[in-house]
Design a protein around this ligand. Sequence first.
Ligand code: SAM
Ligand code: SF4
Length: 548
Amino acid sequence: MNVRPHRFPRDAAACPCNAGQWTYHAGSMPLPTTNPLVYLETFGCQMNELDSELVTGHLHALGYRFTDDRDAANIVLFNTCSVREQAENKVFSRVGRLKQEKLAGRRVTIGLLGCVAEREGASLLSRQPEIDLLCGPGELDRLPMLLDNVMKGALVDWRERAAVQGSSTRRTATLSAAEDSLESLDLARAFDPSRGDSDRHAAYVRITRGCNKFCTYCVVPNTRGAEVHRPPDAIVDECKALADQGVIEITLLGQTVNHYVYVHGAAVGSDGRERPPSGPGLTAVGQSDRGAAGRRVTTFADLLRRIHEEVPGIRRLRFVTSYPRDFGDDILEVMQHSPRICRYLHVPAQSGSDRILKRMNRGYTVGQYRAFIERVVAYLPDAGIAGDIIVGFPTETDEDFEQTCKLVRELPFKNNFVFKYSPRPGTVAIDRYADDVAESVKRQRINRLLDIQSEVSRQVHEREIGRNHHVFVEKISQAKTSGSGRVELGWVGDTAQVSGRTPGDLITVFDVPGEATARRLLGTIVPVEVVGAAPRLLWGRWRPENES
Ligand code: SAM
Ligand code: SF4
């Protein structure tokens, strides 16, 4: 079908292009083709934040400029999250607004990156022709090419504006090639020029892509593909490069970060280079320097130890998200003996009911989860622990929910993120179980759990009063000029309030003398004495005299 360039009609269904051969609509073409101005908004998890940072660095190096003003941009990119329906709705409402602007004559390119692009697939371009390009999370290295195709201004077939894997393949056939170019995106990272002061000193480093767990409620294994572990040398080199650029805090990222395992030489390409091994790899966990067929293995504990020893410039090493199963003592031992590894775990339980955990396909019981937390506390009594809970999973009864309340009440967690179950297309749960817990019941349960957690968090925070911590300063929370308390604090003059985190991830707020000092402290680690506590934060007193 030969379709002339045209503006998409108000009623997309009436568009002649929707006959299957969808062709580029010149009406959505942006004007400038040199140094276009990009607005990028990120939804969802830390993995998405890192992806956005890499995309920003990549595009910036190619001459694209960035703006915080969506109205001024030539290109609007949404790096999307598909874990819950609400996150998707937010993106589509933004796209809806831009669609109206396009219809009114605004020339802007709209791109969807990340998990929604992957989950919806290329057909979204014909269903919503106001969207110009789609780029899945495993294809981000191809974004400049997609933008180029859109900006050519010629007729471009939709296949040249969409880079998605399609959930059915889970990145198998083209895995090696795709992983190679993705690997170079991670390795060639350039700092996002828009980063703030504290962000310049903190960075995420991906160690594992994808997930092999298939929890029945979760879209991630479909949108991010199979688990693939990055080579340890590449990870250590990236940490060194970041330290050289002034980064002092690194957070290692993986959906099940403790399952990291690299079997050396397991996959070597025709060019003689090692390819990242894909999961499951669990059989190798805990076996240091050994592996299938006598191969050398780097476990997660080995990787932590290497970064700690080889990159001393990183004064804080953290990792998220841990999976409650297969978390070996070897990891806890490395944490115990490595002062620069933060004693912080984010390790979601999801439910306190064995029946629900089984339906979720989580692979552990509540008893095993408790035993794991007891092991953590025995090794690391001062660890900060956080989790996630889903309420209203299909068939969750009052009795199931009471068991979750009991678990949350009894575990000394600093916080729990509580989510209402959201049925997601492409998951096992949506096909197998009706979403049968009423919205009002989900809401009541979420509120009840948040109340319980708030009380537990208050107790956890109160235990810290009188202790001394090193706090990584992240934000200036408030500037004050009032004089009260200044003498007691040890200075006379203006006061500014800053906030940061302890190694156990407890938010700590404290005063410093004036805004200039606050700015100087951003992105540094300073000694603080805890003088008060609330459910969500600690109040501290800056103790510069304790600086080591
Ligand atoms: N990989 C991590 C793990 O297994 O703990 C979590 C990653 S997931 C993207 C982040 C959190 O979103 C999960 O821990 C879960 O609590 C929540 N989540 C995922 N799918 C959900 C759904 N369909 N409805 C509600 N919450 C969901
Ligand atoms: Fe989703 Fe489960 Fe994988 Fe976490 S472990 S990303 S919840 S499938």
